[in-house]
Design a protein around this ligand. Structure first.
Ligand code: PLP
Length: 455
């Protein structure tokens, strides 16, 4: 029985899949400060035009340039594993598969979009990229991509992660990136927030504001901003995960998938794995597709579908998405990469269309699942990924109760070898579960009062 299902480099997909044209209800446009839809040219100070074209594309398939394919070959195609040992430990009749994105040099799925984003920027004549990072995975991935493609990279890292994960900074520096804690005194918005809240742990929303400000105020005009999740073109680049997975399952004649699971912060690794399966679902297949979020940041399960800013400083356009409000600062749980107030518009639209079944899980169950996974399958997963593992275990137990031979596929978005502090706190019984109450959600979404409402 196969443990790893592999593809050759030639078998790596040659196109990315865009879900937008297949959604039953067309996506609603991003809006400018005046409440009117924004055109591509309004994004030009922030992103290069070749990526903006992908952002607004209505094409179902988009070619992956040969040079990008060659760079992705450094670790792709990534292996699909059958979790024999976990299945045995659970005594489940389910067959569990996981797509292992931790094999990339930066340790997660993030380089799948960092490489093409850096490449398209370079093609457009850009010399420097700014970005934010939560857990440090995205900042590492973009620094890695910058090194390969030949771009300078400046990363604003959420302060709490910066303090908890000092080695992430060293990784970024090793690849030539510059990493500073956010909020910082290098931007106007950072200085304003520091004056109001000197001890803030920071948030992705704040770090995004700083990185966008740093890009658009650079007098050379050769700097752009790069986002590691949320946007349509990021979801697009990540679909290589799901497209490979489908080829791998076909290779072993596993033709019917019952459950697809991914953890979701901004939505990109989930979308990357799930969207090719969402396409099957739109075409009539019965698949339970589950994005999983922390109970302490319940964007999909408790927050409304609304128009909101992507960042705290209100520098981005208004995007139609599930949002806890752009001022939301989540409690400092360890899954730093899942602490975002919003959710990708494409994922939000698919939820609204009834194509996904989002769920939330508390961090203690997630660490228990991650430890069981490490002691059976061997891989120590990232705290973000542990949410997908916990959901897969729940589904496998359900299959056991129902006596059903279900096929469960989940995304192993990254390893946790740089995130051991959370494991240490778990073993020391220092972790607590925090579930956001309805009252807290009601308070948090007040920051969206007065903004236009989607249909
Ligand atoms: C390993 C890992 N998984 C998941 C995420 C969540 O991001 P996204 O929802 O965009 O995949 C992150 C974000 O930092 C991450 O580092």
């Amino acid at each position: 029985m196969a443990v790893k299902i592999l593809l050759s480099e030639d078998e790596m997909p040659k196109q990315w899949y865009n879900l937008a044209p297949d959604l039953p209800t067309p996506m609603q446009p991003p809006l400018g400060p005046d409440g009117n839809p924004i055109g591509p040219e309004m994004l030009a100070p922030v992103f290069p035009m070749n990526l903006i074209e992908q952002e607004v594309s209505a094409e179902r398939w988009i070619d992956i340039p040969d040079e990008v394919r060659a760079l992705l070959h450094k670790w792709r195609p990534s292996p699909l594993y059958r979790a024999h040992a976990l299945e045995k430990a659970l005594g489940t009749p389910a067959r569990i598969y996981y797509k292992n994105e931790s094999v990339s040099p930066a340790g997660s799925h993030k380089p799948n979009t960092a490489i093409p984003q850096a490449w398209y920027n370079k093609q457009f004549g850009i010399e420097k990229l700014t970005t934010e990072t939560g857990a440090g995975q995205w900042g590492s991935a973009l620094s890695f991509a910058g090194a390969l493609v030949g771009l300078e990279v400046k990363v604003y890292m959420v302060r709490i992660s910066f303090d908890q994960k000092p080695f992430r900074k060293v990784m970024m520096e090793t690849w030539g990136g510059k990493c500073i804690p956010s909020p910082s005194d290098t931007t106007e918005i950072g200085r304003k927030i520091l004056a109001e809240m000197p001890d803030t742990p920071g948030s992705l929303g704040i770090a995004i504001s700083e990185a966008v400000e740093a890009a658009v105020t650079d007098p050379t005009g050769k700097t752009r901003y790069s986002l590691g999740s949320v946007l349509n073109h990021v979801m697009l680049h990540q679909t290589i995960i799901g497209l490979e997975t489908k080829k791998q399952l076909a290779k072993i004649n596993e033709n019917k998938v019952d459950v697809v699971i991914g953890c979701a912060g901004g939505g990109s690794n989930f979308a990357g794995l799930a969207f090719p399966f969402v396409n099957d679902k739109i075409n009539g297949d019965q698949i339970d597709i589950i994005p999983v979020e922390p109970a302490s940041c319940p964007t999909m399960t408790k927050a409304p579908f609304a128009y909101d800013f992507g960042d705290t400083g209100q520098m981005t356009p208004l995007m139609p998405m599930h949002s806890l409000g752009h001022k939301f600062i989540p409690p400092p749980i360890h899954a730093g990469g899942l602490r975002y107030h919003g959710m990708a518009p494409l994922v939000s639209a698919a939820i609204k269309d009834g194509l996904l079944n989002p769920t939330s899980i508390g961090q203690i169950e997630c660490y228990q699942a991650a430890i069981q996974f490490a002691r059976t399958e061997g891989i120590i997963v990232a705290p973000e990924t542990s949410h997908a593992v916990a959901s897969a275990i729940r589904e496998a137990k359900k299959a056991k109760e129902e006596g059903k031979e279900k096929v469960i596929v989940f995304g192993l978005s990254g390893h946790g070898l740089m995130d051991l502090l959370g494991y240490e706190k778990y073993f020391a019984n220092e972790l607590v579960d925090h579930e956001m109450t309805d009252d807290e959600v009601a308070e948090s979404i007040k920051s969206m009062e007065g903004l236009p409402k989607p249909q």
